[in-house]
Design a protein around this ligand. Structure first.
Ligand SMILES: *[C@@H]1O[C@H](CO)[C@@H](O)[C@H](O)[C@H]1NC(C)=O
Ligand SMILES: *[C@@H]1O[C@H](CO)[C@@H](O)[C@H](O)[C@H]1NC(C)=O
Length: 294
């Protein structure tokens, strides 16, 4: 059954077939093809889909960065992608990987990977925007070198919460506290976006370390895009039908093991939490920081 998780939701109809014909060859066929799942949207050739849709690379040089986006938009999803970040001296570069809706009061769920000098740690910067308002940053160091291997970065976005995961380990949870008056992303469909760009005015040590263009082009690699999602199309969600789909993620909670893992990351690797930044919010911390939940 484990291979079920390899099957993108969009291929659900096919799943029923594979379910009956449980062969691994089908799994490969359905493991996702980046050519079908995403499109390179900018960068004038600096973004590339390679190896028959199994690998995507984004690059950045002095002239431009590059980016891609998912073809589908989702209203709730569990999205995984493996990423290998820019190696070596990546100071000044930012690899962004995020979900975002359109319009001026958009919702957005962000991972941003802030590069660094060789041997110095990347920062994983996260944020959540609801109705156009963010200011909810949390930042982390990693417990591994994100440039030597691919690691899985995931979003779980369901009606109860947004959870950021790295290699299956939750690092951040944003709960639905609508009942307490905190806006929650729930009615604007989002696409997945990713880009590699120059942000040396702020990214590394707050902008002190600039991009070393003699190292360009900088390249980040992506593979294994997996989306279990409610695909939103013409105002209709694919989850509104009663097909017996594998929708466990839609009601997935953090069990006690995962709550412990989340605490472990937050205790040992969190370097900034807006909820602890009293100086920044002299009028009082944002509501979601002060609401006590069980
Ligand atoms: C880069 O390395 C410095 C020195 O270790 C560290 O203070 C900083 O948090 C690291 N990351 C970024 C993105 O600046
Ligand atoms: C799905 O099934 C439930 C329970 O059987 C039913 O109440 C609901 O109306 C169904 N929804 C749709 C969209 O068919």
């Amino acid at each position: 059954m484990a291979y079920l998780f390899c099957v993108p939701y969009a291929n659900y109809a096919m799943l029923v077939v594979t379910f009956l014909i449980t062969t691994t060859s089908f799994m490969v066929a359905l493991a996702g093809n980046l050519d079908q799942d995403v499109g390179i949207t900018w960068g004038d050739g600096r973004g590339k889909i390679l190896n028959n849709g199994q690998l995507l690379t984004l690059s950045l040089d002095r002239v431009s960065g590059s980016g891609f986006q998912s073809n589908n938009q989702y209203l709730y999803a569990k999205i995984d992608m493996q990423i290998k970040l820019v190696p070596g001296n990546s100071a000044g570069t930012v690899t962004a990987y995020y979900l975002r809706s359109e319009g001026s009061s958009w919702d957005e769920i962000d991972f941003e990977f802030l590069g660094n000098l060789s041997g110095d740690p990347y920062i994983v910067h996260t944020n959540v925007y609801t109705q156009g308002k963010g200011d909810r940053e949390q930042q982390f160091y990693l417990w591994f070198d994100p440039t030597t291997d691919f690691h899985t970065y995931s979003f779980l976005w369901n009606p109860a919460h947004v959870v950021f995961y790295i290699d299956g380990r939750p690092i951040r949870e944003f709960k639905n506290l609508e009942s307490e008056g905190v806006p929650y992303p729930k009615n604007q469909p989002m696409k997945l976006y990713s880009s590699l760009w120059n942000a040396d005015d702020w990214a590394t040590r707050g902008g002190l370390v600039k991009t070393d263009w003699t190292q360009a082009p900088f390249t980040a690699s992506f593979r294994n895009f997996k989306a279990h999602g409610c695909v939103w199309s013409n105002g209709v969600s694919s989850c509104n039908s009663n097909s017996s789909s594998n929708n466990a993620w839609l009601s997935q909670q953090l069990d006690s093991t995962n709550q412990k893992r989340l605490k472990w990351v937050q205790k040992n690797y969190m370097i900034y939490n807006y909820c602890n930044d009293l100086k920044r919010f002299p009028q009082g911390l944002p509501l979601e920081c002060t609401v006590r939940t069980k």
